[in-house]
Design a protein around this ligand. Structure first.
Ligand code: ATP
Length: 288
C-alpha cells in the first residue's frame, strides 16, 4: 500500500544570536544551520522511515530547494512541483538562553497544484492512506479527491484554522490534533473536547501520551525518556501511526509504534533528521 501526503515543504534556517534583535538593530549571527522542515515534509520523512512507501505531493520554488532534501530522505517527490515563486521557509532566531523568534513565509506551500494532485491520486488504490495538514492551500479539494479515490484520509488540523473546520471535518476519516488544538476546535464549535463530532479523533498530549477516540477509545501513554528537543514530535507520531496502519497494523499497535518513534525523536536534536527508522523503533519497543 502507499501513503500519499499532500503537504508543506519548508527550509528552516537557524541563526544563533547573542540576543534577539530589537527594532532597527543589525546583529551578527554566531552560527547557522539549515534543514528540511514543514509539517508535511516532517510527516513524509517519519512515515518513510517507519517503512511506508510515501508519495509526497507539494510545491516548491524554481530552485527546487526542499524537493531535493525530501528526495534525499528517500521520499517519492515525482509530484512535488517547482512552479512556486519561492520555497516556503522559516527563519528561526535563537538566543543564548534558547529563546526563539520565528518568521515563516508559506511561499509555494500556498500555491499547490490540483493537476499534480490528480496525477498522484491516479496511482492511488482503495485502502491507501492520504495525509494532509493545515499549512498548504487546497486542503478541502485534496481531501475530497482522496476520498473519491478510496483513500483513508487523515487531517492534522495544525496550525488550527477556525475557518477550515466546517469544510474539512466531513471529508476526513481521522483528525489528528494536539491537546491545545483540540481545545481550540472544541471552543470554536461550542462543545467540549469529548463531544467533538468527529468519527475518529487522535489527540496527542506531549509527555502524557495520546488518545484515539473512535468506536473504541485507545489510550497510549508516552514512554519516559530524556527529551532534548520536542520539535516535530507530533509529526513523527502521526507519520509513524499512518505508516503502521498502511502496513496492516491494528490501531493499538500503530499507536504504540507512534509513541515509540516520538519518544526516540524527542531524545535527538532536529526535526526531519531526528525521525527514527522502523528498526530503531522496534529495538526501542522490544521488551517494553
Ligand atoms: P510539535 O508541535 O512539537 O510537533 P505536538 O504538540 O504536535 O508536537 P505532542 O502532543 O507534544 O505533539 O507530542 C506527540 C507525541 O510525542 C506524544 O503523544 C508522545 O507520544 C510523544 N512525546 C512528546 N513529548 C514527549 C516527551 N517529552 N517524552 C516522551 N514522549 C513524548
Amino acid at each position: 500500500m502507499t501513503v500519499f501526503n499532500f503537504g508543506s515543504i519548508n527550509i528552516d534556517h537557524f541563526y544563533r544570536l547573542p540576543h534577539l534583535p530589537g527594532p532597527g538593530e543589525t546583529l551578527a549571527a554566531t552560527g547557522y544551520d539549515r534543514g528540511l522542515g514543514g509539517k508535511g515534509a516532517n510527516q513524509s520523512v517519519a512515515a518513510h522511515r517507519a517503512g511506508a512507501d510515501v508519495v509526497h505531493i507539494g510545491m516548491v520554488g524554481p530552485d527546487g530547494s526542499g524537493r531535493r532534501e525530501l528526495n534525499g530522505f528517500g521520499v517519492d517527490v515525482r509530484f512535488v512541483g517547482t512552479e512556486g515563486r519561492v520555497t516556503g521557509h522559516a527563519n528561526v532566531h535563537v538566543d543564548a538562553a534558547g529563546e526563539n523568534m520565528i518568521v515563516v513565509l508559506p511561499g509555494a506551500n500556498h500555491e499547490q497544484s490540483l493537476t499534480l494532485l490528480k496525477s498522484a491520486l491516479a496511482e492511488a488504490r482503495p485502502g491507501d492512506h492520504f495525509m494532509l495538514q493545515g499549512e498548504a492551500n487546497l486542503g478541502a479539494e485534496a481531501a475530497a479527491l482522496a476520498r473519491e479515490a478510496g483513500c483513508f484520509v487523515t487531517y492534522s488540523a495544525a496550525p488550527f484554522k477556525p475557518a477550515r473546520v466546517a469544510e474539512m471535518l466531513p471529508l476526513c476519516d481521522l483528525v489528528a490534533v494536539n491537546s491545545v488544538e483540540a481545545q481550540q476546535m472544541a471552543a470554536h464549535m461550542g462543545v467540549t473536547v469529548d463531544a467533538l463530532p468527529i468519527a475518529n479523533l487522535l489527540i496527542t498530549d506531549g509527555a502524557k501520551g495520546a488518545r484515539w477516540r473512535g468506536d473504541e477509545v485507545i489510550d497510549q501513554p508516552a514512554f519516559a525518556v530524556e527529551a532534548v528537543d520536542t520539535t516535530g514530535a507530533g509529526d513523527c507520531f502521526i507519520g509513524t501511526v499512518i505508516a503502521a496502519l498502511d502496513q496492516g497494523a491494528g490501531r493499538a499497535e500503530a499507536l504504540r509504534r507512534g509513541a515509540g518513534a516520538a519518544a526516540l525523536q524527542v531524545t535527538r536534536p532536529g526535526t526531519a533528521d531526528a525521525m527514527p527508522t522502523a528498526d530503531e523503533v522496534a529495538a526501542f519497543l522490544d521488551g517494553r
